[in-house]
Design a protein. Structure first.
Length: 410
């Protein structure tokens, strides 16, 4: 067994693709691939040192095949991420496969599944016993669906690793055991802060599933590659932000608050957060004024903005909800404000709402669900930067949540 095969086996084992149930989203992705190309079937194969394992198939034909007959195994030996074979019987690289000689496969196309570690673990492929006209746009769409499949596999691994880390921390030294409350807050924070990017991923995949369902109706057209590209681009961007958020927060907890401080484009951070919160935004009008740059850890500051904007959208009045984001630099600090036109926070509650698991009396009357984790998260992050945060009454009523971070002295 060569080094590459050993690395592939280790990566497949780490992703738990063979012993456990694969992510359900893989079934949707192979159906989309088949409908997009018009092929009879699409499949996700992972290949260890012993066999080819079909873990998702548009026709339901999952199982194990011999490596020698595998067309996907031959694709993994090549450097190209994409492989299109219009007629496998005429291609000497594939013609001796029993799948080809038996007539089961004429047209074959595949995109390699490459993990973030750079290891090709398998393919997302389509095949048909009849000739199929597969365009380059379809091949690009196939590659994007394959990237989405890898994102789904790795997201599950990140979730599992996070759980293991939290267990290790909980059972660690006496000092950590005395910090159970903070550890519980961190666990809740991770779950809370990935909801925005996760919502963007789920919304895009739900739209894709609707497209797939419509294309399965009698007489319906194929799913357009451009539609697949757009939806998968949004989903993958959200998944990447979710991975970055989880990784950053885990590192923040483990090393005791080490921050990677840099100058941040606040407007871009707000724009990204609004994309992730699109599913929650509803009819809320969000006004973003010119924003000065911030100096801080990008992942951590983004989490603060996400929490404040999500809260503002939840509590803005239902008839004509408006949220306004503004900022200014005064006396060596950058102040960012997120104001809504909701019920506001009573003066007596304005300090307590930043405590863990505490919600203001006013918001409790709105019926809006919440755990009181987000604002406690914001306080911990802002204070770790040497800043401060608070809440005032917004002009015209509502809450004006703000935070300040120091501007470095050059």
């Amino acid at each position: 067994m060569g080094v590459l095969e050993q690395m592939r086996d280790a990566e497949i084992a780490a992703l738990d693709l063979l012993s456990g149930a694969p992510p359900q989203i893989l079934d949707h992705l192979v159906r989309a691939a088949a409908l997009m190309t018009g092929a009879k079937a699409a499949r996700i194969n992972v290949l260890d040192s012993y066999a080819q394992h079909a873990i998702a198939d548009s026709t339901g034909a999952v199982g194990r095949d011999d490596l020698e007959a595998s067309l996907c195994a031959r694709v993994l030996r090549r450097p190209e991420r994409q492989q299109l074979v219009p007629d496998a019987k005429l291609d000497p690289r594939f013609s001796d496969s029993v799948f080809v000689s038996s007539g089961a496969i004429t047209t074959y196309a595949a995109a390699q599944l490459v993990t973030s570690n750079g290891i090709a673990i398998g393919t997302l492929c389509i095949f048909d016993p009849q000739p199929v006209d597969v365009s380059q746009a379809m091949m690009d769409g196939l590659e994007q669906l394959g990237e989405a499949a890898v994102q789904a596999m790795e997201a599950r691994r990140s979730h599992d690793q996070m759980g293991q880390l939290l267990q290790q921390l909980a059972g660690g030294s006496k000092e950590l055991r005395r910090s159970n409350e903070h550890l519980a807050a961190f666990a809740g924070q991770v779950s809370h802060d990935v909801q925005g990017p996760l919502a963007a991923v789920l919304m895009s995949l739900q739209l894709l599933e609707e497209e797939v369902g419509a294309a399965e109706e009698p007489g319906a057209a194929f799913v357009e590659p451009e539609t697949v590209s757009m939806l998968m681009g949004t989903a993958m961007a959200g998944a990447q932000r979710m991975r970055a958020t989880v990784a950053g927060l885990m590192d923040f907890a483990v090393v005791g608050g080490r921050l990677e401080v840099a100058e941040l484009d606040t407007a871009t951070l707000v724009e990204d957060v609004l994309v992730d919160l699109a599913a929650r935004r509803g009819r809320t009008e969000v006004v973003v004024e010119d924003l000065p740059p911030l100096h801080g850890d990008g992942v951590q500051v983004r989490a603060v903005l996400q929490n404040l904007l999500a809260n503002a959208m939840k509590y803005a009045v239902t008839s004509q909800p408006v949220v306004r984001v503004s900022g200014r630099v005064v006396d060596g600090v950058t102040r960012i404000s997120v104001a809504d036109n909701g019920p506001g926070v009573p003066l007596a509650q304005r300090a307590k709402v930043f405590e863990l698991m505490v919600r203001g009396d006013g918001v409790a009357q709105t019926g809006v669900e919440g755990l009181g984790i987000g604002l406690a998260t914001c306080r911990r992050v802002v204070e770790s930067h040497g800043g401060r945060l608070g809440v005032d009454e917004a002009p015209g009523g509502g809450a004006d949540f703000w935070f300040e971070l120091p501007v470095p002295v050059l």
